[in-house]
Design a protein. Structure first.
Length: 524
């Protein structure tokens, strides 16, 4: 008996899946009558029993293994480490996605035509999953099961699953429009996500993985998918707790879920939230008293004063995770803003190596005041207004900037130049814009440089060259493993950040704990 949720093969007499814990009772998809395992038709109403979560009969849907779509570098990494992973406990997020009522959709289509539609669907799914370093574990006929956090471990696995789901939602919405326009199909998809601990079982050469789920982790993710309305993404409370603040969530209340005794809280993933980094989350909870770092703040202030005199500088703050790079940068940039110095900032994110120019686009969008509420026309008006207000000569650069920001003007196509030439022009535009608008000095901050993609890395290298001789200070922070050729420039200074000393830790603890007699000795 094949589990419709996770595709695990079970003995015929099973009532619950050995792989995910989901209930295996078969009910007619038309009249809900209980049926024996393996039934192709209902003995009460005669209805066909091919289910939405199972492959359609025959060869009407494409058959794939995870190896078909997994990028080679990810596949090689999994296969080379699989012996160490097998039997290991992992914290993961499981994502299920499928096509709603796929059997009805394919009835009027030639099998080859349906095969092509589904093949494109699976490619869209795989591309979005791999973009955020997840892995497609199983194909379920008209959908997939994807994992984040295993076999490649990620501490932000729940966030990656949600980012992937939102990216998928946009891509599938566009695909659905195309199918509706060209074939008259209502191609509706739904997704579900759950998070928790699993034990990695056998990993096959085709990358299929078996898991022993703790607390029905996999099965509950499948239940979220089956509950979801077409076009929506449902999360369990376990996932919602891990991503709150980073994403907009709608509390849908408690649902009765088959196979689980107590009602299950369900949330809908509505969009990206206000938080982007762990430091953002810390700020939202309230920061501790800032202690120490006097010499480091002094060095940054000296570099800024030199930049204001036309001696542009780049300063790299290097330290291991958790030492305080982001807090130091926050205190410095808050001081800059308080004294009237313009600050533009961006941050690399853990999943950013597969997203081209993410921090660089963030800086450009911040400069022009573009946000998610702006449509392309409104965004172009903001860009043109800012550029032409500074200098009418910037008009010739509008097509290039529009194209770079992903808001191209159909009437003003971007010039056909190679990537290196395009990058040099954009760096020159950026420098000219910021320097003209802030002759008294400015700061550009890029955090977590160790997570940026290669295109952003190249852009940073160009900007380090460009900042020399101007009124700007470029501040970068990163972990020790990050290396770059521009670190040899004479106008670059590296600032190693050491952990706080005993006296500074004492001061911070005293501020946190206070001096009530009941906490005497607790700081020690």
């Amino acid at each position: 008996m094949i589990c419709p949720a996770c595709r695990h093969e079970n003995p015929e007499a099973s009532k619950f899946c050995l792989g995910c814990g989901a209930g295996l009772e078969l009910h007619c998809r038309h009249c809900e009558a209980e049926l024996p395992a393996g039934s192709s038709f209902c003995n009460q109403c005669g209805g066909a029993q091919a289910d939405d979560t199972q492959a359609a009969a025959g060869d009407s849907a494409p058959e794939h293994s995870p190896h078909d779509y997994t990028p080679k570098h990810i596949a090689d990494k999994i296969l080379s480490q699989k012996s160490a992973m097998e039997g290991e406990r992992k914290q993961v997020s499981v994502l299920f996605a499928d096509v709603k009522s796929s059997l009805d959709l394919q009835q009027d289509l030639d099998p080859e035509e349906w095969h092509g539609i589904m093949d494109r669907f699976f490619q869209i799914l795989a591309d979005s999953i791999h973009r955020f370093e997840g892995t497609v574990n199983q194909y379920t006929g008209d959908g997939i099961m994807a994992l984040f956090g295993a076999p490649i471990a990620h501490e932000d696995h729940a966030q990656r699953a949600c980012y992937a789901a939102l990216h998928l939602s946009d891509a599938l919405r566009e695909y659905a429009r195309e199918l509706r326009r060209e074939r008259g199909l209502d191609f509706l998809t739904r997704m579900g996500i759950n998070s928790g601990e699993v034990v990695v079982g056998r990993i096959g050469d085709d990358l299929r993985m078996d898991y022993t789920a703790q607390g029905q982790i996999v099965g509950l993710a499948a239940r979220m998918e089956s509950l979801a309305e077409p076009g929506t993404i449902y999360l369990t409370a376990a996932t919602a707790e891990r991503v709150k603040g980073f994403f907009e969530l709608e509390d849908l209340g408690e649902f009765k879920v088959k196979g689980i005794t107590d009602p299950v809280p369900v949330f809908e993933l509505a969009g990206v939230g206000a938080l982007r980094t762990r430091f953002d989350a810390s700020r939202s909870r309230g920061l501790t008293h800032f202690v120490g770092r006097t010499s480091e703040i002094g060095l940054l202030e000296s570099a800024l004063e030199a930049a204001k005199r036309g001696k542009g500088r780049a300063v790299g703050i290097v330290a291991n995770a958790g030492v305080g790079k982001s807090r130091l940068c926050f205190e410095f940039t808050e001081h800059c803003r308080a004294t009237g110095v313009a600050v533009l900032q961006a941050s690399g994110v853990a999943h950013g190596k597969n997203i081209p120019l993410l921090p660089i686009l963030e800086i450009f969008r911040a400069y022009f005041g573009i946000d998610d509420r702006d449509d392309p026309q409104g965004a172009r008006e903001k860009v043109a207004g800012r550029l032409l207000l500074i200098d009418e000569d910037f008009r010739d650069f509008l097509p290039l900037v529009f194209d770079f920001l992903g808001i191209p003007d159909p009437d003003l196509p971007a010039p056909a130049i190679d990537a290196a030439g395009r990058q040099r022009r954009l760096v020159a535009i950026m420098r000219s814009l910021i320097e003209r608008g802030n002759p008294g000095g400015f700061v550009i901050l890029i955090e977590d440089l160790h997570w940026v993609d290669s295109a952003s890395d190249a852009f940073v290298a160009e900007y380090v060259d460009a900042i020399c001789g101007g009124p700007g200070l470029l501040v970068l922070n990163f972990r020790p493993e990050y290396r770059a050729d521009w670190m040899n420039k004479t106008w670059y200074q590296q600032l190693p950040l050491e952990p706080l000393g005993p006296d500074e830790i004492r001061e911070m603890l005293d501020h946190l704990l206070g001096n009530d007699p009941t906490v005497a000795g607790l700081a020690d």
